[in-house]
Design a protein around this ligand. Structure first.
Ligand code: DQA
Length: 160
């Protein structure tokens, strides 16, 4: 693992409205506040982060492609793309980076359609239902995975 691994944190559609969007479901923290918490957490873990949010599927995919040689892992909250975006799923698989899927709300305690994630099969873990803590736990899961890979001398690639 590089001395300071770099992780891409991707947020999908509507997550720019955190804080005002359905606060009874997603809480009152803004995306900037969630990012600040995660950045502080990453600092204590010796990890560098880069953030990107978009309401457009293609922009998220472009960013994954563009960052693929610069970062060693991905934390992604795909928003509603979770439930139907095979293009985003394929992009995660194509770049071969380990990715953790995170959600603020508990997908399994909401509408039926949210229980399905087409992204989960290409991720090493899914963390949902813990608000901003889902991102922190997701980053920890990613770091553990990357450290274990390094310990066994295998490549960074997720191999999913
Ligand atoms: C979400 C859950 C999705 O079902 C929803 O479409 C979102 C947010 C979450 O973080 O809980 O936009 O990903």
């Amino acid at each position: 693992m590089p001395s300071k691994p770099r992780v891409l944190v991707l947020d999908g559609p509507n997550l720019n409205l955190l804080g005002e969007r359905s606060p009874h479901i997603y809480g009152r923290q803004t995306l900037a506040e969630v990012r600040a918490l995660l950045a502080e957490h990453a600092r204590t873990r010796g990890v560098e982060l880069e953030f990107f949010q978009s309401n457009h599927e293609g922009a998220l995919i472009d960013r994954l492609h563009e960052a693929r040689h610069r970062v060693q892992g991905v934390v992604i909250n795909p928003g509603a793309l979770t439930h139907y975006s095979y293009a985003l799923r394929d992009a995660i698989e194509a770049v071969g980076l380990p990715a953790v899927e995170v959600h603020l709300s508990d997908l399994h305690a909401r509408e039926e359609f949210r229980r399905i994630s087409v992204i989960a099969p290409v991720c090493i873990a899914q963390v949902s239902g813990r608000g901003a803590q889902s991102y922190l736990e997701g980053l920890d899961r990613l770091i553990s995975y990357m450290s274990a890979k390094e310990a066994t001398g295998s490549s960074w690639k997720s191999g999913v």
